[in-house]
Design a protein around this ligand. Structure first.
Ligand code: ZN
Length: 501
């Protein structure tokens, strides 16, 4: 009997996955080729598919099926992991009342519009009432999970399963203490030149080079493709169709180049998931943090490394002889690794980036706790920027209004993944290096197969089978920690900036 139940459950999960996949095709099109006038109809179509998927996931039959196969939940098998994850998704979807979900959707749609209008003017007063309501709705969403210790926990757990506010905080406190003096020491050194990266690079050539690099790293264009968009992303429709998108700035070579490597990293992770997991809840990345670790690993630890540019810089120079012909490898390498105490998160370098994230995580926790009033957010933001990064925004445009996140969805749960990603990336890369030995030589020789093979074996193929912490422990032999990340920064930037730590 149970096997019939398991088969029916798998068929239901496949149907839900297909409904979600169909919605993603529509979203992808919306962000790439759709004429703006199509927005209203497209919004309806995507919402309808979302409702159908939600309805199937929370149906009474799904509850019965999960009950019928509940005995598998303790099994250390693929089916056991699949049932555990399906039950988690069912439980999460069932707990939040449909009325609250639609309240949040309606409110955040209006909030987003208000933000797009107020942001250029830095008019915080205009978004303040929206943000106050968003805080309230986020609290109500969190209240649907009464066993949580902290109001932020259910939001964190939604994207980084198994992590809590306390566990993220413990890690971030350590990280901040390590990072602030590193950033200060670097800021006291002369900044390397990067003007040659901004001299003008035609779009077509940039795209061609990015695609060439992505393919050589191992992104399989036979099961994917690359298109232009405004805010780049990776998207999966199914195991055989995992796409990346790119944005090109003709006046900054690094935007498309590292953006493409970043999204290709996300996509290689997805392309490496065991094909048999497709259409089940295991056919996706383990968490936001683990996913980001793979984009960051390829973007920063490979793509911003010296061996990588030993391999690719002559080809980049050949493609842009007028712009880079006279710039030597050393100067280029320093330029793409310049550290800057800047105001904008999305433009931040490898060293300062996490400080931007931690500030957001702490402030959103305080907003949800009620220890910080929305009215006091701009000042709290600016004070923290001054203490952590030594710079102060002139307006909320470059302060607490710079990121869309707080203005287009519930507050909390999305930022920590970016910093966790950086930390996990360094830990995974260190483990791969220890196992493969001559990793730098391989990268300089253009052999990325060994690294990709190692990552596939230890991380990619498992999809969402394990909780993130267990996955990282299995891959690296230890729980998530900051040591490898800090060691990486000290080694790389100590050499670049002539600092003995
Ligand atoms: Zn990413």
């Amino acid at each position: 009997m149970t096997d019939a139940h398991l088969d029916e459950l798998k068929a239901e999960l496949q149907a839900i996955s297909d409904l979600n996949g169909a919605a993603m095709v529509l979203e992808w099109d919306q962000s790439t080729y759709m004429p703006a006038a199509g927005a209203d109809a497209r919004g309806r179509q995507i919402a309808l598919l979302g409702e159908l998927a939600h309805g199937r996931l929370t149906s009474p039959r799904m509850g019965e099926l999960l009950k019928a196969v509940a005995r598998l939940e303790d099994d250390d098998t693929v089916d056991g992991a699949m049932v555990r994850r399906a039950r988690r998704q069912w439980e999460r979807a069932s707990r939040v009342p449909a009325a609250l979900v639609s309240d949040i959707k309606n409110h955040t749609a209006r909030s987003y519009v208000a933000w797009t209008q107020a942001k250029p003017k830095g008019d915080f007063a205009a978004v303040r009432p929206y943000l106050e309501k968003t805080v309230e709705l986020s609290r109500r969403w969190s209240d649907c999970f009464p066993s949580a210790e902290h109001v932020l926990d259910p939001l964190v757990d939604a994207n980084d399963p198994g992590m809590t506010t306390a566990s993220v905080r413990a890690l971030f406190d350590e990280l901040r203490a390590a990072l602030v003096p590193i950033v200060q020491a670097i800021a006291e050194r002369p900044a390397p030149d990067r003007s040659f990266l901004e001299v003008g690079f035609p779009q077509a050539e940039q795209l061609a080079f990015g695609a060439e690099v992505a393919a050589e790293l191992g992104y399989d264009f036979g099961r994917g493709r690359q298109d232009l968009t405004v805010h780049p992303f990776m998207i999966r429709f199914g195991a055989g169709d995992i796409r990346i998108t790119t944005r090109v700035d003709e006046h900054d070579l690094t935007d498309a180049l590292f953006g493409t490597i970043h999204e290709a990293g996300h996509a290689m992770y997805e392309q490496g998931i065991a094909p048999s997991f497709d259409g089940t809840p295991l056919g996706e990345g383990a968490s936001a943090g683990v996913h980001e670790s793979q984009s960051r690993l390829w973007e920063n630890l490979v793509g911003r490394s010296r061996p990588f540019w030993e391999r690719f810089y002559p080809r980049l120079q050949a493609r842009f002889p007028q712009q880079l012909g006279e710039v030597d490898l050393d100067t280029f390498f320093r330029g793409v690794n310049r550290v800057e105490r800047s105001l904008i998160r999305t433009e931040a370098d490898e060293v300062t980036y996490n400080l931007h994230v931690m500030l957001r995580f702490d402030l959103e926790a305080q907003l949800l706790e009620g220890s910080l009033k929305v009215a006091d957010l701009p000042e709290a933001w600016d004070a923290r920027m001054a203490s952590d990064l030594g710079v102060r925004p002139k307006s909320p445009t470059e302060g607490c209004m710079q990121d869309v996140h707080w203005y287009c969805m519930t507050i909390g749960g999305t930022f920590q993944g970016y910093a966790l990603g950086n930390v996990i990336a360094a830990q995974v890369f260190a483990a791969a290096r220890a196992s493969l030995g001559d990793l730098d030589e391989r990268i300089a020789a253009g052999d990325f197969g060994a690294l990709r093979g190692w990552l596939t074996e230890h991380l990619y193929q498992h999809g969402a089978r394990y909780l993130p912490d267990e996955l990282v422990k299995r891959a690296t032999g230890k729980p998530v920690g900051i040591e490898d990340f800090v060691a990486h920064l000290k080694a790389k930037y100590g050499a670049l900036y002539g600092i003995a730590w």
